[in-house]
Design a protein around this ligand. Structure first.
Ligand code: IPM
Ligand code: MG
Length: 368
């Protein structure tokens, strides 16, 4: 999917920009880096890691959540590993200075137009899912492809205005055909490599953009006769994800719907602390981030689950670097540690040993 030159012996090191961010970001990132080092020695790869400031940490140090040096560092890198941003102390800031502006700015700067959010249950943790056993069957494996640089998040005009003497506020929901088409193509390509079923989610019964979304996706489908395309309204999809998530293979949807549906689907595996994501675009640079936030309530306590960020390392190895074997090794190491009965507090289970962030990272690294 991405250009993935597999580096051979003597190849230049793979440059990774590490943006740990705020809250639990630095804690979980330290464990992901530990795992990356283990991969480096086991598979004879060379990584060059450079840390950069993002989010509230960057605002405090430089007055901006996404300073130019951070963008420059990302630009000169092969991939970005991102932790999490945000915290109460920055909530009073205007939107463009809030920590969240850093992730939105990176998405826009690098045209990261698709966010890949898998929701995969781990067999050891099936009973942790809020869904009933009969709904889960032997597990859920779905992938949501969220459009990431269009729609309400970026549409103009945006903000407060006076219209016919009345104070009002607008956000603009706008999509070009090209924006819909490129994310649809990517989703079809991904579905092709999986179970060949794509469900396109929209609100075509009410929104003009939804209607057009459906038309463009249907047009693209002509190039993918081997993929079964279905359409679903977003409200129904929110329900179906809980009622029968196993009906889905790949879902593609616009930005705001994807934001909401991916938080919903993240609960299926049992903890949001387990889920990685990849943001990919046309430029070749991809950004990997756990889908959980900065969790200020548990920051600094050493109990955050680093597995989502560690699984981001696996996604990065596979998607950006074409290192399938190394990616599998990371995923298998995570699975083995769960088999051995180690759990961070978010996954606490009777008969299991509770471990903190650092120990969990050590255990996974040791399996590699
Ligand atoms: C996400 C987050 C972001 C979003 C926030 C932090 C801007 O919720 O990645 O899903 O809304 O896209
Ligand atoms: Mg979100």
């Amino acid at each position: 999917m991405m250009a993935s030159p597999a580096p051979g012996a003597g190849a230049r090191p793979l440059k990774i920009a590490v943006f740990a961010g705020d809250g639990i970001g630095p804690e979980v990132m330290a464990e992901a880096v530990k795992v990356l080092k283990a991969v480096e020695s086991r598979f004879g790869l060379a990584f060059e890691l450079t840390h950069g400031l993002v989010g509230g940490a960057a605002y405090d140090a430089t007055g901006h959540p996404l300073p130019p040096e951070t963008i420059a560092l990302a630009r000169s890198s092969d991939a970005v590993l991102f932790g999490a941003v945000g915290g109460d102390q920055w909530d009073h800031l205007p939107l463009h200075l809030r920590p969240e502006a850093a992730i939105l700015g990176l998405r826009k700067a690098f045209d990261l137009y698709a966010n890949l959010r898998p929701s995969v249950t781990h067999r050891q943790l099936l009973h942790r899912s809020p869904l009933k056993a009969e709904i889960l069957g032997d597990g859920v494996d779905l992938l949501i492809v969220r459009e990431l640089t269009g729609g309400l998040y970026f549409g103009q005009p945006k903000g407060q205005q006076v219209y016919e003497g009345v104070e009002r506020t607008v956000d603009t929901l706008v999509y070009t055909d090209a924006e819909i088409e490129r994310v649809a193509r990517l989703a079809f390509d991904l579905a092709r490599a999986r179970a060949r079923r794509l469900c396109s989610v929209d609100k075509a019964n009410v929104l003009a953009t939804g209607r057009r979304w459906r038309e463009v996706v249907t047009r693209v489908a002509a190039d993918y006769p081997d993929v079964a395309l279905s359409h679903m309204y977003v409200d129904n999809c929110a329900m179906q994800l809980i009622r029968n998530p196993r009906q889905f293979d790949v879902i593609v949807t616009e930005n705001t719907f994807g934001d909401i549906l991916t938080d919903e689907s993240s609960t299926i595996p049992g903890s949001i602390g387990l889920l990685p994501s990849a943001s990919v675009g046309a430029g070749g640079l991809a950004l990997y981030e756990p889908i959980h936030g900065s969790a200020p309530d548990i920051a600094g306590q050493g109990k955050a689950n680093p597995l989502a960020t560690i699984l981001c390392v696996a996604m990065m190895l596979r998607t950006s670097f074409g290192q399938e074997e190394a990616a599998r090794a990371v995923e298998e190491a995570v699975s083995k540690v769960l088999d051995l009965g180690y759990r961070t507090p978010d996954l606490l289970d009777s008969g299991c040993e509770t471990v903190g962030t650092v120990r969990m990272g050590d255990l996974v690294a040791a399996q590699i």
